[in-house]
Design a binder for this molecule. Sequence first.
Ligand code: NAD
Ligand code: ZN
Length: 379
Amino acid sequence: MRSDYDREGAIASLRTERRARFDIVRSSVLAGPLVSELESLTKGRPALVVVSPTVERIYGHGLRSILVSGRRRNLVHLIQTGEKNKSLESVAELLEIANKFRLSRDAMFVGIGGGVLLDIVGFAASQFRRGTGHVKIGTTLLAQVDAAVSIKCGVNIGTSKNLAGAFHPPERVIVDGAFLRTVSERDIRCGLAEMVKLGVAADSGLFEGLVRSGRILLDSDARDSDPARELVDASIRGMVGELAENPFEHDLSRRVDLGHTISPALEAATGYKLPHGEAVAVDVALSAVISNRMGILDDMGLDSVLELFRGLGIGTWHRLLEDFALIEAALDDAEAHRGRRLRLPLPLAIGRTVFVDDREDLPPSLIRESVAQLREASE
Ligand SMILES: NC(=O)c1ccc[n+]([C@@H]2O[C@H](COP(=O)([O-])OP(=O)(O)OC[C@H]3O[C@@H](n4cnc5c(N)ncnc54)[C@H](O)[C@@H]3O)[C@@H](O)[C@H]2O)c1
Ligand SMILES: [Zn+2]
């Protein structure tokens, strides 16, 4: 931290730096090393381990026996998840628990769960005593390739997705492919949708990898095999590459925002019944069609995006796309979120993105025609 007088008229200026370096490591925590992993990280600091009901039901017994076998008993707490519970109330619940156990400022939150749980735990950690450390252990594909890697966390308020949130880098991210075995096919497809997003927006190598062997992740016995790990690791590295230059989003034109413009409105309008990954897939597909109609993405590029989704069994249509007011409102929200400019990422080619900054470049007729084309292409 540095304090100096570098602006005329200022009494003082203060520049702060946020520590934002952390490792993402593979570890077979389910097979036992969780405690030693945590102990090497916490070095005696108290830890509050937070799990979701599903993780508790499937892995709770093993995790508990691992966690209590350490020198120090870790506190384990269960919170309700599901997108509807990604709320300030859930964050408050965690803060109260942490306070009840008199967790100190140097304490650490450890989240073990899907993206929803990690978002709640990360946000609670960012708020508790104005910021405590946390470790993220994603248990779904989406969490492993996306939510855990990100330094963002947040919760929904009413129909506004991720309206409250923070940038709060974790101290470590641990990836254990063994968790993926029990994830439903539907949820695996949600993770695959985020991987396709990244491939289309920024990483043609990942896209090709998904074309070649993405389906391997649909086979529960193969999800922790070497080829599956390679794909997951490639996706994590791709995401890290995207975040590395712009972790705190000072540049609001982000390639990885592909698929995240209309999707929040779709999720909210279904009462959060439509899972995040499914909404993202629909948004990526619509963006590809819009791009094609604007003469940016060629026919071959559009076909390959739609074909990859089809090949992985990921839907690209939702009836709510025909609610034009919903799309307009989603674009309004995106503009507000992205600093009063649209900054809509559109694929230029596989792995390359352009941004449409102005609303005038996206006339209502173009959106309506694109929706109609996507509906036809998705049938
Ligand atoms: N912070 C970020 O940058 C970021 C990035 C991407 C997504 N997200 C958020 O992540 C959320 C979506 O995450 P998600 O797709 O993991 O959804 P999720 O957390 O709801 O998990 C999906 C389902 O899988 C279950 N589950 C979790 N682990 C399991 C396991 N090992 N075996 C069987 N079932 C398991 C959960 O109980 C849930 O029913 C959204 O809220 C999204 O906004 C955040
Ligand atoms: Zn997402």
